[in-house]
Design a protein around this ligand. Structure first.
Ligand code: IPE
Ligand code: IPE
Ligand code: MG
Length: 246
């Protein structure tokens, strides 16, 4: 809770918080392997970290947090592992539904959700509806999410609008595409965090990350603490973002 203290004690310091943070929650499998445990145990531990980091972000005033929980490519993992991850989504949703009112976090799900089980889909719908009017942070949970899938979907929506005469080909531009991505109406991520040592986006927020600052660390996601997040935020605060200017 260092930053929280820091932030409130020195309210007039120049610490600039990102409005929107993206986190690629990676390293669960290696964390479990190091302990001789099954990969699913790593995912359970990662889910605990997710809860703690989400609460912390909301508390220190982050407006938007997008977490990468399951990619369009993660289906290629063993069925046993995929099933364990789906069970964790289920358990999280059941628990979150009880806590939503006190946590004041607006929760949304992004990705191609159509392939999820009917049970998960109804919990997701309930979670989105219950937290719709929360005034705190907006949390986007990316499940069966892929940046390429998201852009292809937006292109398809544009094609349909053109066919129906709602949009002129000449008016297709970045703004029109941005209106059709999952995070439309939200600011682009300012900071993307990837633990576990990998230095790649792995299909996360490809469109939105155009000018995001990237922060990575060797810490495996289940070991990631609020202190690590503070370090990322302090580093971010010192970055010079030029957006192509001088
Ligand atoms: C991230 O951890 C969680 C998901 C991709 C669902 P990993 O399972 O990728 O962990 P490592 O990268 O194998 O350690
Ligand atoms: C990215 O991690 C996806 C999530 C964290 C949900 P991966 O472990 O799937 O990515 P790669 O395979 O290392 O690129
Ligand atoms: Mg991984």
């Amino acid at each position: 809770m260092k930053l929280f203290g820091l932030f409130h004690k020195k309210e007039k310091t120049t610490l600039i918080l990102p409005q929107h943070i993206g986190i690629i929650m990676d390293g669960n499998g290696r964390w479990a392997k190091k302990r001789g445990m099954p990969r699913s145990a790593g995912h359970s531990a990662g889910a605990r970290t997710f809860r703690a980091i989400t609460r912390y972000c909301n508390r220190i005033g982050i407006r938007y947090l997008t977490v990468y929980a399951f990619s369009t490519e993660n289906w290629s993992r063993p069925k046993e592992e995929v099933d364990a991850i789906m069970k964790l989504f289920h358990d999280y949703l059941v628990e979150a539904l009880e806590k939503f009112r006190s946590e004041n976090i607006r929760t949304r799900f992004i990705g191609d959700l159509s392939v999820l089980s009917p049970e998960l889909l109804s919990l997701i719908a309930e979670a989105e509806e219950t937290s719709l009017h929360a005034t705190g942070m907006t949390l986007n949970i990316a499940i069966n999410y892929g940046g390429r899938q998201e852009i292809a979907r937006a292109a398809k929506m544009i094609a349909q609008d053109v066919r129906e005469g709602k949009l002129l080909v000449n008016n297709i531009n970045e703004k029109e595409l941005s209106k059709r991505i999952y995070t439309a109406e939200q600011p682009d991520p300012d900071l993307i965090i990837r633990p576990s040592g990998e230095q790649r986006l792995s299909n996360f927020l490809l469109w939105q990350a155009a000018y995001a600052e990237f922060w990575y660390s060797d810490i495996l996601w289940p070991d990631f603490t609020t202190g690590d997040l503070d370090r990322a935020l302090e580093d971010y605060s010192k970055r010079n973002r030029r957006f192509g200017g001088v």
